[in-house]
Design a protein around this ligand. Sequence first.
Ligand code: ADP
Ligand code: DP6
Ligand code: CO
Length: 366
Amino acid sequence: MSSSPVYEATCTAPVNIAVVKYWGKRDTSLILPTNSSLSVTLSQDHLRSLTSARCITSGGADARDRLWLNGEEEEIKQGGRTERCLSEMRKMRKELEASNSSLPHIADFPIHIASENNFPTAAGLASSASGLSALIATLTTLYALTPENGVSVSSLSRIARQGSGSACRSMFGGYVAWEMGLKDDGSDSVAVEVAPVEHWPDLHALILVVSDKKKGTPSTAGMQRTVATSALLQHRIKEVVPARMQRITTAIQNRDFDAFAEETMADSNQFHAVCLDTFPPIFYMNDVSRAVIQLVTELNRASVEKGEGVKAAYTYDAGPNAVLYVQEKDVKQVLELVLRYFPQTAESFPDPFNVGAKPAQDVPQG
Ligand code: ADP
Ligand code: DP6
Ligand code: CO
């Protein structure tokens, strides 16, 4: 008995959390940003997207590309970003098939895709970054678009960028810059590795889920409104970000946590100020987010006063959830502090550092 071959692949991709934020496009179709950005790709042992793709070889005439996200079907819009990624990857597969006659012709088959995030989707924890990066990684495997076949990670990052800007950075591990580029065709708007994770393995990211609800203003819509209405954005992209990119790159190269933390917190603050400067304004942080900022500020003030340096750096993407960058030696202390002031987080808390919850306290006022 012979059965027809199955063409399918499954891959995961991690989230990345920006310390210099991307917010604004100069070209909404190619996804070219108004400023360069820099992020840390987290370990995929924790937050990740898991994506499977299968070629539909025996479908009827109505067979088409379809996508399920967290068990629910999402429409693949004609001319939309997912469709664009699929067609770019198909184009590359067709070129490969044309140059290598031993490869099966699978580029024209419709594809069914199922993806699942193991963390809140569209809540400001970079699900579009891991999601679109996982999609590209899965299609890369399905279509054998590997370096041996002449396909670079950089060119895949260029395609991921067209799915969601922040996704281009998740194609690399460690410390990653997305250089905005100058060209209109986007060929120089790519992610590049600043340093591998082994360069500074001491840095940890603590994810504080303040709310797992879908945000009211998706990143794509929010940043376009900012580009259209915010004068502060123009100051940010011209006067602030270029120098900050240099300073934070140097801080990473020198493993200088104090400088890294200072730039990270300042950039998060300015990103949310730019959201407030948008009309109508966008509020991504809530009262709990602001209380976490106060707590970290107070912790750092007391620690610097004692000559012990900065303990934690907060950053918030387009949502209320906090990410704290902390050095390994301080993880236990910072976690204990967070759990003391926000004890409701203790129940579902995976506790690798063996930290117990204590009774709640009021966050100190600065
Ligand atoms: P976030 O802050 O989580 O990145 P965004 O508003 O940028 O939120 O993007 C959320 C959108 O990204 C979702 O509505 C969905 O369209 C897309 N997305 C999220 N996860 C995935 C995934 N695993 N696969 C494909 N698309 C995804
Ligand atoms: C605040 O990459 O989600 O997380 O390109 O429109 O899909 P699109 O937007 P997206 O924007 C991310 C914004 C941010 C900052 C960042 O990740 O740099
Ligand atoms: Co996003």
